[in-house]
Design a protein around this ligand. Structure first.
Ligand code: UDP
Length: 243
C-alpha cells in the first residue's frame, strides 16, 4: 500500500487535488478540528532540507499540498504521482466559499490585506472578514497579534508572511489561538488578490508554466528560483537511488 504522504526529498505531500484539499479542510473545520495547511513548492522543500526544524513543522502540519508544477512533476518522476496542483490562490477562495465563521487576513504590506479582503468579499458575498493586519512575523509580536485575532473572533487565519516565516508563525501560534480552527500559509496570495501582481492568462496556468510567468513579472524571484536546478537534480537522484 502507498504510504500516507508522497515523499519529495524528505517533505511529505498529501495525496489531494484542489477539490479534495478544500474538502478535507472544510470537513475538519466543521468537526471543530484545528488544521494547519502548508502550500509548499520546490523552494519550500529545499529550505526544509537544510532546516530540520522546518522539516519537523511540515511533518506536523495537518495538510501539505503541492503549490505548483515543480512538485507535481517531481512526484511523477518519483513514480508516486500526486493527483494535482493546489495553488494557494485557488485554494483560498475554494475554502472560503464553504467554511463557516469569520476569516482574518494577516500579513503582506500595509493596505494589501484590506484590498485582498475586498476582492474576496466581491467574489464570495457571504464571507465574513473578522479583520486584517499587516503585522510582523517577529516572535516578540506574537502575543499582541494573537490578541487581535482572538478579539476579532476569527475562525480562519490566512497568513501572508512568505515562507518559511508564515509556517513558523502558524506552528508557534495556532495551538494558542482558542477561536481559530483553520490556518493557511498563503505567501503572495494577498498581493495577487489585491491586484499587485499580474496573474497569468489561463493557458499559462493550463500548461503548468505559472512559475515562468511569475519569474518574468516578479524578477526578485530569480534569487529564490536559483535552487530549482538543484531541486531537479536531487529528485533525479532520489529516483535513481530510491529511499
Ligand atoms: N511579507 C510580510 N512580512 C514580512 C515578509 C513578507 O508581510 O516580514 C509578505 C509580503 O508582503 C508578501 C508575502 O509576505 O505579501 C510573501 O509573498 P511571496 O510571494 O514572496 O510568498 P512566498 O512565495 O514566499 O510564499
Amino acid at each position: 500500500m502507498a504510504s500516507a504522504r508522497v515523499d519529495i526529498l524528505g517533505v511529505g505531500f498529501d495525496r489531494v487535488d484542489l477539490a479534495a484539499a478544500a474538502e478535507r479542510i472544510i470537513e475538519r473545520h466543521a468537526a471543530g478540528q484545528r488544521t494547519f495547511v502548508i502550500t509548499a513548492n520546490p523552494e519550500f522543500v529545499m529550505l526544509a532540507r537544510r532546516d530540520a526544524e522546518l522539516g519537523e513543522i511540515a511533518r506536523a502540519a495537518n495538510l501539505v499540498v503541492a503549490d505548483g508544477t515543480g512538485i507535481l512533476v517531481a512526484s511523477r518522476v518519483l513514480r508516486d504521482a500526486l493527483p494535482g496542483r493546489v495553488p494557494g490562490r485557488l485554494l483560498v477562495p475554494a475554502v472560503l466559499q464553504l467554511v463557516s465563521g469569520p476569516v482574518f487576513l494577516l500579513g503582506a504590506a500595509p493596505g494589501v490585506a484590506e484590498r485582498a479582503a475586498e476582492t474576496l468579499i466581491r467574489r464570495i458575498p457571504s464571507l465574513r472578514v473578522a479583520g486584517t493586519h499587516a503585522g510582523s512575523p517577529a516572535p516578540e509580536d506574537d502575543a499582541s497579534i494573537r490578541e487581535r485575532i482572538e478579539a476579532a473572533g476569527a475562525r480562519v487565519v490566512l497568513v501572508a508572511y512568505g515562507m518559511p516565516a508564515q509556517e513558523r508563525w502558524i506552528s508557534r501560534n495556532l495551538p494558542l489561538l482558542a477561536s481559530v480552527r483553520t490556518a493557511i500559509g498563503v505567501g503572495g496570495v494577498f498581493d495577487q488578490l489585491a491586484g499587485r501582481v499580474r496573474l497569468p492568462p489561463r493557458f499559462v496556468h493550463a500548461v503548468g508554466l505559472e512559475w515562468l510567468w511569475r519569474l518574468a513579472f516578479e524578477p526578485r524571484r530569480w534569487r529564490r528560483q536559483r535552487v530549482l536546478p538543484v531541486f531537479a537534480a536531487l529528485v533525479a537522484r532520489q529516483r535513481i537511488l530510491g529511499r
